[in-house]
Design a protein around this ligand. Structure first.
Ligand SMILES: C[C@](O)(C(=O)O)[C@H](CC(=O)O)C(=O)O
Length: 286
């Protein structure tokens, strides 16, 4: 099913965050129907740094291409600000589409951006953002969705965020993403205002500004997509920290062995037997 079909269904689409081939493979095996390539998750894992606009458009495009090699699921990619002005956003559309993205999410922060749940964000004028959306729409060659995000709640207030959202919907956004609503009331005000006019995305960040709400409740509110972008990194970082401390303390993996895969365990998860069998088909020895 295409991403547009998945978004058009009455059921909410749950897209977990991924950041490499392994997480894409695991999320696909878990039965999700679409994935979210999170800019924050790439910054956290590849750079070991915060989500403050340090990672580059080409690092994201490379990651996108690796993920597209590993899964057939549609992938929503975080395009941050589009990495500059409308012309940069246009180029970002071209390169992310080539890398296999099914949707690009672009936001109205100044460049370099920061995580939507961090303080001290700043915004570009809404007219400039509308221009970026138009440039991206003109640049796309496929049915790639444009998810327009406004970060205005924390900067200009809720009503100003609604006005920006109105403008982005007018400018042709395929999906609306109002970042970091601070309460269930704000979540429902957004959906009441835009229901029936544009599909809407909710973002669940553990410890962020928005109350964590389960997918079924977000569906009742009227959201069409929910992303859980950074949760996988928070889960893995927690496990990795414990693993390293345990290894350093004991000089052995044994105390951790009931909390990790062994060689065969991981090989089975990533499909090693199938890949080796495929290799044998082509090795000329059959
Ligand atoms: C959605 C987001 O842009 C991301 O990079 O995944 C982040 C999520 C996060 O920081 O965990 C965001 O700004 O909300």
């Amino acid at each position: 099913m295409t991403l547009r079909d998945l978004v058009s269904r009455p059921e909410i689409l749950v897209a977990p965050g991924v950041y490499d081939g392994l997480t894409a493979a695991l999320a696909t095996q878990a039965g999700f129907e679409a994935l979210y390539l999170s800019g924050a998750a790439v910054a956290y894992t590849r750079l070991g740094r915060p989500d403050i606009g340090l990672s580059t458009s080409s690092e994201m495009a490379d990651t996108m291409a690796l993920i597209a090699d590993r899964t057939d699921l549609p992938v929503i990619i975080d395009a941050d600000t589009g990495f500059g002005n409308a012309l940069n956003a246009r180029r970002t559309m071209q390169s992310y589409e080539r890398a296999g993205a099914a949707a690009l999410q672009v936001e109205d922060q100044t460049y370099p951006k920061r995580c939507g749940h961090l303080a001290d964000k700043s915004l570009i004028p809404k007219e400039e953002m509308a221009g970026k959306l138009a440039a991206m729409a003109d640049a796309r060659r496929h049915d790639t969705l444009i998810i327009a995000r406004t970060d205005a709640i924390a900067v200009e207030g809720f009503e100003a965020a609604m006005e920006r959202a109105e403008m982005y919907v007018e400018a042709g956004a395929d999906v609306l993403f109002v970042e970091a609503p601070r309460s269930t009331d704000e979540l429902t005000t957004i959906t009441e205002r835009f229901k029936g006019r544009v599909p809407m995305l909710a973002n669940m960040v553990e410890g962020g500004a928005t109350p964590i709400t389960q997918a079924s409740d977000l569906e009742i509110m009227g959201f069409d997509i929910v992303i859980f972008p950074g949760g996988i990194v928070r889960a893995l970082a927690h496990a990795a920290q414990q693993y390293y401390v345990s290894l350093n303390t004991h000089g052995s993996n044994k105390p951790f062995s009931n909390r990790m895969f062994d060689l065969d365990g991981l090989n089975n998860v990533i499909g090693t037997p199938e890949m080796l069998a495929l290799g044998r088909r082509y090795d000329g020895k059959a």
